[in-house]
Design a protein around this ligand. Structure first.
Ligand code: 261
Length: 403
């Protein structure tokens, strides 16, 4: 038996986190369903393979190894069958479009205006930390019932959970190469429990309109509530992805628009184009770039690769959304491209539950920003840096305008 040393064996977490696009362009071309040693699992990188695995009866959901280490069990993204059905029945009601439409404007618009008022007269701002992230966490935090937790604290939590969840590097024995990378999230989870446990104690006896209160009570027999240990892993899913990703989506959409000043001007003149701009932003830099996985429930052959039962496959939707067989010039942000569906919210029975809510938060956030500061420009004295392989978005976005 001979073994071939491949460039795939040399992929590092650092290069994926800095810029996964070059590596993944080559994976799509040469090995679209590849075993990647540093990740300790298979990776699906094309639109076709991601979609077929996400919707296949021969696979079910599984949480990634670092994800499971971070969230514990049962997290909604990593369970199947009756537990998944129950967790979806717990989170879905508040996220239904006709429900969201009743309160989304009253929830998000005042939040957006409040953060804008902090810098609109300054003529300059760093929009990721000063606007996109605070609007994202405050909207969801208020919905969940975490009004007493500051936006800065919610931001700190998602950053710590995010770095831990994507601390995926393993050695040749499958052991984490950076076990200390989980420490900050372990500490954050302790802090989360110290703050949320007393809120739960109160919601058990005094239910209110907050989402977490509904998670505890809805669908339970009279006088019973869901166990908090059963709810926490899914709350961590929210405190990471649902807190972080609308902010990533707003930030990436703005960076994309700044690469096309003509299109930015069009969107400012015609705010009805904002949903199109957001959809293209999420295709261009998908916030959940490679954070979910499936496991084969039998031996299967996909794209010429024999996968034994029990093979874990990471769904790299951020790569699928740059598949040149689907999108022309995929690395360009362009709101005029044909509005083909993308995979930023996944597919199949584990597709995102918050798709409508997240889109509305982003829409209202960008409507308020562009209406208040229609002469906004990117501050070109510094470059925009993106970071992340599991989750991806701009780390900072400096803008300025005449006041
Ligand atoms: C709300 C979605 O959150 C996540 C999605 C995928 C991985 C981790 C998450 O927290």
């Amino acid at each position: 038996m001979t073994s071939t040393i491949s460039w795939i064996d040399d992929i590092t977490m650092t290069e994926l986190e800095r810029n996964p696009y070059l590596v993944y362009e080559r994976l799509r071309a040469e090995s679209p369903l590849a075993y990647v040693p540093v990740l300790g699992s298979y990776v699906a990188s094309t639109a076709d393979i991601c979609r077929s695995i996400a919707t296949s009866p021969d696979f079910e959901a599984v949480i990634t190894k670092a994800g499971g280490r971070t969230f514990g069990h049962p997290a909604v993204i990593g369970v199947n069958g009756p537990i998944h059905d129950d967790l979806r029945s717990m989170v879905d009601p508040a996220l239904q479009p006709q429900e969201v439409d009743r309160w989304i404007d009253d929830l998000v618009r005042p939040i957006a205006r409040r953060y804008l008022s902090e810098f609109e007269d300054a003529g300059r701002a760093e929009l990721v930390g000063g606007y996109c992230e605070p609007v994202s966490v405050r909207a969801l935090g208020d919905l969940l019932g975490l009004k007493s937790v500051s936006s800065d604290k919610l931001r700190e939590w998602f950053h710590k959970l995010s770095r831990s969840f994507t601390n995926a590097g393993v050695d040749e024995n499958g052991e984490f190469t950076n076990p200390e990378g989980f420490d900050e999230a372990d500490a954050a989870k302790e802090e989360i429990r110290s703050i949320v446990d007393p809120l739960i104690d109160n919601w058990i006896v005094n239910p209110d309109d907050s989402a977490i209160s509904h998670w505890l009570h809805d669908g339970m027999p009279d006088g019973q509530t869901r166990d908090r240990d059963y709810i926490y892993p899914t709350l961590y899913v929210y405190l990471l992805g649902a807190m972080q990703e609308p902010g990533h989506a707003m930030g990436s959409t703005l960076v994309g628009l700044f690469t096309r000043p003509d299109q930015l001007e069009q969107v400012i003149d015609e705010p009805a184009l904002i949903p199109r701009a957001i959809s293209e932003g999420m295709r261009w830099t998908s916030p959940i770039w490679s954070a979910t996985a499936r496991i084969s429930t039998k031996d299967v052959e996909i794209a010429g690769v024999e996968l034994p039962e029990g093979s874990v496959v990471l769904l790299s939707y951020g790569s699928a959304n740059h598949d040149h067989t689907v999108y022309d010039r995929p690395s360009e942000y362009d709101i005029t491209r044909p509005p083909l569906p993308h995979l930023a919210f996944g597919a199949g029975n584990h597709a995102c539950a918050g798709i409508y809510f997240a889109n509305q938060v982003c829409r209202i956030g960008l409507e308020e920003l562009l209406e208040t500061i229609p002469n906004i420009e990117r501050d070109t004295s510094s470059d925009v840096e993106f970071w992340g392989w599991g989750f991806r978005g701009p780390t900072a976005l400096h803008a300025n305008w005449e006041v």
